[in-house]
Design a protein around this ligand. Sequence first.
Ligand code: AMP
Ligand code: ZN
Length: 470
Amino acid sequence: MEIKIYNTLTHKEEEFIPIDKKEIKIYSCGPTVYSYAHIGNFRTYVFVDNLRRMFKYNGFNLKHVMNITDVGHLTSDADTGEDKMEKAAKKEGKNPYEIADFYTKAFMEDMKKLNIDMPNIISKATDNIPEMLEMVKEIMKNGYAYETSKGIYFDVSKLEKYPVLSNNKVEGQEAGARIDVDEEKKNPYDFAIWIKAPENHIMKWDSPWGKSYPGWHLECSAMGKKFLGTHFDIHTGGIDHVPIHHENEIAQSKGANGEIPANYWMHCEFLLVDGGKMSKSLGNIYTLKDLKDKGIEPLAYKLFCFTSHYRNKLNFTFEGVKASQKALDRLREGYAKHLEGKENIDNNILEEYENRFHKAINDDLNMPLAMGIVWEVVKINTKSEKIAKLIEKFDEVMGLDLKNYKKYLKHNENNEIKDLPEEIQKIVEQRKKAREEKNWSKSDELRDKLKEKGYLVKDMPDGMKLEEIK
Ligand code: AMP
Ligand code: ZN
C-alpha cells in the first residue's frame, strides 16, 4: 500500500519512495541531556515511535540513528549563551559528564515507560568528536567556513540557497534579529561549527584551532554521515528545529559532501500547555513523573498524543490527559473482553477494518483517524478472540502494550489499588497518623479531602481501603 508523508523540504505531502527497498534509513535528533525531558519533548519521540512502527507495519526493515546531545548546545539555539551542559553542571555541583550520564539514563527510562521502539543506534555527541573535527576540516577545505577569534564559522553566503527548509528571508533581515550581532561574522546568519573553549570550559578537545568543542548542529551532520552515509531517507525532529538546527545541518552537509543529507524531513508540531508555551517561568513544564503523581500513566499520555495529528499543535490540559487515562482503561477492558470471547465474526468484516486502519496510518500517520477505527473495532458487540488479535495488530503501531495489560491494572487480586499517586499516598499516611492519635475530626477532614480528589475511603477492621470514584 502506498505510504504518503509530509516533507518539510518540499512543503507538501509526497509518496514515500525508499532509497533501498530492503532498509529505510532514518536519523532523529535526540535530547539535550541537561535536565529531565518534558512531555513536550516526548510528543516528538512518540511521533518518531509511530513513524518507526508504521514502517515496520508495512514490512520494512529500519536502520535508525538517534544522537544524544551532551556537548555544544548553547542556551540559545543560534550559538549564543552558555553551553547547557556546563550551566547545569555548575548549578548541580557536578561535572558535565555526570550530568549527561544521569539525564541520559532518566531519558531512557522514560522512553521505556512510553513503550517507545528504540532506534538501532543511539550515540553520544562526545563519542563522535574525531568525525566532527574531520567534517570541520572538510568544510574549511571546500571554502565554506572561516576562522574568527571565537571559533570556526560557516559562511552561508557561499551556498546557492540558504535557508532551504523554512520560508525565512535571510537577505534584508536585520543582523541580530535572531542572533546577537558579532562583528567578526561575515553574514548575520553565519553560525559556529567549532567553538574555541574559554579557559574554564570543561568539555574541550585538541584541534588545529586549540582547545575547543563542536557547535550543536555539527553532531547531527557528522553522526548521520558516520552511521547512515551521506544520503539517507528521512530526518526527523521537532518543529523548532526547522529554522535553525536543520537549516544549519543541511548547510554543513552541503559544505562537506555537496548534498542535502536526507530526502524527507519530518517535523512534529509543538505540545502547548493551556494554550501557551511551556516555560520554566510559567511553572508549566511537566515530566512523566508529574503526570504519574496525578495518577496518569505514561501510556495514557501516549494515547493523548494520538488525539491530534503530529503536524497540528496539541494543547495539553490535565482534563484532556485524564480523559485519555480513562480511554486507556476502557481500551484494555475492551481488548480483554474480546480476548475471552468465543463468538465468531466474518473475516471480511475484520479485513475491511484492517484496511481502513492501514490506509489511515499510511496517510502521513493519521493517528486520530486510525484511533477512530480502533474504537469501532473495540466496540463491536460480538465478542471474539479474532477481534482481540486485530486489536493486537493495531497495537503494533499504537505501542500501548495491550497484550500485557494485566501489568498495568490499578488493582491487585484483593481489589486494592496497587500504585497510588504520590499526592494521595501522602494524604493516606496523614490520615493513618490522625487515626492512631485518635484525632477523629482531622481523620474526617482528610477523608473528605480524599473524596474531593476522587477516592472513597472505607475503614475496614483490617485497615483503610480506598476505592476510586469513577
Ligand atoms: P531538546 O532536548 O531541547 O534538544 O529537544 C528534544 C526534542 O523535543 C526536539 O526534537 C525538540 O524539537 C522537541 N521539543 C521541544 N519542545 C517541544 C514541545 N513543546 N512539543 C513538541 N516537541 C518539542
Ligand atoms: Zn539534530
